[in-house]
Design a protein around this ligand. Structure first.
Ligand SMILES: [Zn+2]
Ligand SMILES: [Zn+2]
Length: 247
């Protein structure tokens, strides 16, 4: 009874709990509205790059396909997966979550990420979740780190501990516009550090973030975690990229 009452109070404070986390449509009981459920089911059936998880477009299971970006350059992580490409209602949901203070979205988005993780056996072996750190100044401005919120909710779902102090952002990354690939990497590399190498040594780590775009940040973090002794690094994000591949 107290639980029901608490639930009613929460719904009063956060009416978003009654809305589809992706499009905001009214959703009386299930996690997603019927349209978004269908949209995500379509994405789940798409072919993805077997390394970085980029959505390739064609339906037809998850055979071994490697995208041009992964063929061109070895990735420092073993595997990355996302729930859906960063487009349409998925993109809008990320914006509401990240820039418009919709922290309660962490739980439903993490639930969808947990479902995506359960589809890949590699994720079942993970020892810990590591969120992408924000610079403390940025975190103060925003009031929260969206990756930490996702990692904590995901940790509860998957029953995996969250190491939210393993990595730190030691300086704000300078503007990357107009810089060469090497200079960008250097900038990023100098922006992060492993604060607690003992925590990651010998572990299989999942880096958790809201969006995977070029993968440059998670690549630098994967590299740092491996240097600190992590045995394997996987990446799980809510949104990912789409690539077109010539067949
Ligand atoms: Zn919806
Ligand atoms: Zn790829």
């Amino acid at each position: 009874m107290w639980r029901d009452l608490l639930q009613a109070v929460i719904e009063l404070i956060y009416p978003s709990r009654l809305q589809c986390p992706l499009c905001g449509a009214h959703r009386p009981d299930e996690l997603l509205c019927p349209d978004c459920r269908q949209l995500l089911a379509g994405y789940a059936g798409e072919q993805v790059c077997s390394i970085c998880g980029s959505f390739i477009g064609a339906e037809g299971g998850r055979g071994k396909l490697i995208c041009p970006a992964c063929l061109a350059e070895a990735r420092p992580f073993d595997l990355a997966r996302a729930v859906a490409p960063y487009e349409g209602p998925v993109r809008e949901a990320v914006h509401r979550f990240k820039y418009r203070g919709m922290q309660p979205l962490a739980r439903p988005l993490a639930k969808l990420m947990a479902d995506a993780a359960l589809r890949e056996t590699a994720f079942a072996l993970a020892d810990a979740l590591v969120p992408v750190p924000l610079h403390p100044r940025r975190e103060r401005e925003r009031g929260y780190n969206q990756s930490v919120l996702l990692a904590c909710a995901l940790g509860e779902s998957l029953q995996v501990p969250v190491l939210d102090r393993a990595l730190v952002k030691i300086r704000q990354t300078p503007s990357q516009t107009g810089l060469s690939g090497q200079k960008r990497r250097q900038n990023l590399q100098q922006s992060f550090a492993v604060a607690a190498p003992d925590l990651v040594k010998g572990k299989i780590i999942i880096i958790v973030d809201d969006v995977f775009t070029t993968g440059s940040t998670v690549s630098i973090l994967s590299h740092l975690l491996r240097q600190a002794g992590a045995t394997s690094v996987l990446v799980l994000t809510f949104a990912g990229t789409r690539q077109s591949v010539k067949k």
